[in-house]
Design a protein around this ligand. Structure first.
Ligand SMILES: Nc1nc2c(ncn2[C@@H]2O[C@H](COP(=O)(O)OP(=O)(O)OP(=O)(O)O)[C@@H](O)[C@H]2O)c(=O)[nH]1
Length: 408
């Protein structure tokens, strides 16, 4: 059995100091990341845990119960704050009275079984039951499927809390099966030293996980900002080009065709001029929603700029994209956008190109779709033109122009 070479009270004091330091760090983090919810609660939880450990290190049961009682209040507040922090972090409704309720429950238990009917086994078991139970609920809330690297932070926090709950169960079983004089936190026999060591280490690991959660959430938010368009939530142009290059390489390897659709709202300036910029924004949002509703899961949608959108269609030919584009054009023509007692309507023009032709790279493919789009505009708008159609028309008019006068 592992033995502590140092006094358990010293361990508690050192961990108390570390918790206070981590609390300070989380307070600074919460000031830098006000839009990540829950961090303030976690900072306060660390503060309370630090105070609880510091007071706990001074407990001389049953001679001086006051440290134990105040320590228990801070312990309850800390665990309750961790729980409300997890709720806030996940964007769920936070009931502010939860920390007070947990502290009250722990205080009641310690008062009854620490002072009125002194029974260390029941007192310790109930304390561990409350703390372990709440950490188990927090662990369940954070043990979710989520993309990396966020998953590492979620699972580190969940793992620390889950492990704490398991240790709490082990502690309850041994406490209930040990003689009363052996159950104190400071008894260096049985599993007590291990419990003290692991629970304090798990407290540290939870705090590190919270810092990691904030850090990864912030970098995730930054990444979202850098890669998506704020108005429509679609990919932005830069992100689309990166994805399109990757997709083209894949298409060349598999021999599949990659289609690109460029979509532009007709006479959009008039909507802005007549109803204002916000009405224009609403039209763009509705068009984005319409596009999202008709594409497949592996297609990419992007706002290419202003009122121009782009859809990247893997494993799709120009002809197949044409069918989809026609559907989108018709749906948009039927769409009515309600705006301040007005019903806004309009049309879109679409240009399409695919990688089966002579487009070797993404800039060329986009340029081809753009040429087709502007041909659609030139021909009177509200229509879909493919690059093949545009190019053959070009050849026809050129040969017509080059033909001798008598052949025209
Ligand atoms: N509301 C709003 N307007 C935008 C946004 N981005 C660009 N615009 C406007 O979109 C309009 C584009 O106008 P034009 O390029 O002349 O094109 P158009 O009026 O759609 O005409 P055609 O494309 O030739 O049919 C301009 O008035 C821009 O100010 C935006 O994010 N929101």
């Amino acid at each position: 059995m592992l033995m502590f070479a140092v006094d358990p009270r010293t361990v508690l004091l050192v961990c108390a100091a570390l918790n206070l330091l981590l609390a300070g760090m989380l307070i600074l983090v919460s000031m830098q990341a006000p839009n990540v919810k829950g961090v303030r609660q976690w900072a306060l939880a660390d503060l309370c845990m630090g105070l609880s450990m510091a007071l706990g290190s001074q407990v001389q049961y049953p001679a001086s119960p006051i440290y134990a009682i105040i320590g228990a209040i801070f312990l309850g507040l800390s665990v309750g704050l961790v729980y409300t922090g997890v709720l806030a972090f996940k964007g769920e409704r936070v009931r502010r009275w939860i920390p007070a309720l947990v502290a009250g429950a722990i205080l009641f238990n310690n008062y009854i079984f620490g002072i009125i009917y002194f029974n260390a086994q029941i007192r310790i078991s109930v304390n561990f039951m409350i703390v372990g139970g709440i950490y188990a609920i927090c662990a369940r809330a954070l043990f979710i499927r989520i993309e990396q690297p966020l998953r590492t932070a979620y699972w580190l926090a969940a793992g620390s809390m889950g492990l704490f709950s398991l240790i709490a169960i082990a502690r309850i079983i041994t406490v209930l099966n040990s003689p009363a004089q052996d159950v104190s936190m400071f008894t260096t026999s049985g599993i007590n030293p291990l419990v003290l060591l692991f629970t304090t280490l798990l407290q540290m690991s939870m705090s590190f996980a919270f810092i990691l959660l904030v850090n990864y959430t912030l970098s995730h938010q930054l990444n979202e900002l850098a890669t998506t368009d704020a108005l429509t939530g679609l990919l932005n142009r830069r992100n689309l080009e990166t994805l399109a290059n990757r997709q083209l390489t894949h298409s060349k390897r598999t021999g599949e065709s990659l289609a690109i659709m460029m979509i532009d709202v007709d006479h959009f300036k008039r909507i802005n001029d007549q109803y204002g910029h916000q009405a224009g924004d609403e039209v763009l949002r509705r068009l984005a929603g319409l596009m999202q509703s008709i594409v497949r899961g592996n297609d990419y949608l992007a706002r290419y700029g202003g009122e121009e959108f782009c859809i990247l269609l893997p494993a799709t030919t120009e002809g197949q994209a044409y069918v989809l584009a026609e559907r989108l054009r018709r749906l948009y023509a039927e769409l009515i956008v309600p705006w301040q007692h007005h019903a806004l309507g309009g049309t879109i023009s679409i240009g399409i190109a695919d990688s089966n032709g002579d487009a070797e790279d993404i800039p060329t493919l986009i340029a081809h779709a753009d040429l087709a789009l502007y041909d659609a505009k030139r021909r009177g708008r509200d229509q879909v033109i493919t690059y093949t159609e545009y190019a053959s028309e070009l050849v026809r008019t050129k040969s017509h122009a080059d033909a001798p006068d008598h052949a025209k």
